[in-house]
Design a protein around this ligand. Structure first.
Ligand SMILES: *[C@@H]1O[C@H](CO)[C@@H](O)[C@H](O)[C@H]1NC(C)=O
Ligand SMILES: *[C@@H]1O[C@H](CO)[C@@H](O)[C@H](O)[C@H]1NC(C)=O
Ligand SMILES: *[C@@H]1O[C@H](CO)[C@@H](O)[C@H](O)[C@H]1NC(C)=O
Length: 167
């Protein structure tokens, strides 16, 4: 009985890991000039625990987390975090709040600026929010993302139970 409980807790922990995703900013364009990241962000729901993956040419571009003012005005001198490493750089979204990113070197003025609103992970039963200001249909997008996560979680469950039975 005790070990069953332990397995359950372990599995719940694993499911939480599985549920966080790695999202490539800009999809096939990556982090580059002349991509409309407002458009890009409008097609995603990002949740606490998700990772952003910035793929870019580090010789020209960078990724800085900035505040809203500096995002709007493309000011790169007073950033919050410099995410730039090798040009395949990941950043975990740990809080439900807006995040703002820009490239330094003036490229922010050429479209390299990203604003996202990170949400709490989906509840088990979808609670429709009454004050959703976007005219898109979030529940549909949400289900779309949840399906693969559920499939992977189920697989992990099956594998671990098979293993537990063998040992
Ligand atoms: C990006 O797309 C949004 C929404 O379609 C639009 O309002 C905005 O003007 C575009 N930005 C640029 C720089 O083209
Ligand atoms: C962003 O940071 C700048 C510089 O520290 C500050 O002047 C500005 O008020 C900040 N804006 C917000 C929205 O916090
Ligand atoms: C950010 O970090 C990168 C890599 O460490 C560095 O080359 C770059 O100068 C930094 N950018 C700023 C604005 O500090």
């Amino acid at each position: 009985m005790r070990s069953d409980l332990l397995i359950m807790i372990t599995l719940l922990g694993l499911m939480k890991c599985v549920a966080s995703r790695l999202v490539k900013v800009g999809d096939k364009h990556g982090w580059d000039q002349n991509v409309n990241y407002t458009d890009w962000a409008a097609h995603y729901h990002l949740y606490v625990g998700d990772w952003l993956n910035f793929v870019f040419d580090k010789h020209y571009y960078s990724v800085l987390e900035v505040n809203q003012t500096n995002y709007e005005q493309c000011i790169d001198s007073d950033f919050i975090t410099n995410i730039t490493r090798g040009g395949r750089d990941v950043f975990q979204l740990t809080q439900a709040r807006p995040y703002y990113f820009i490239s330094s070197g003036g490229y922010c003025f050429h479209g390299m600026k990203l604003a996202i609103n990170v949400e709490e992970p989906l509840p088990a039963s979808p609670a429709p929010s009454s004050s959703d200001k976007s005219n898109a249909s979030p529940p549909q997008i949400g289900k779309h993302l949840v399906a693969p996560v559920l499939a992977i979680s189920t697989l992990v469950w099956m594998l671990l139970f098979a293993q537990a039975r063998l040992s």
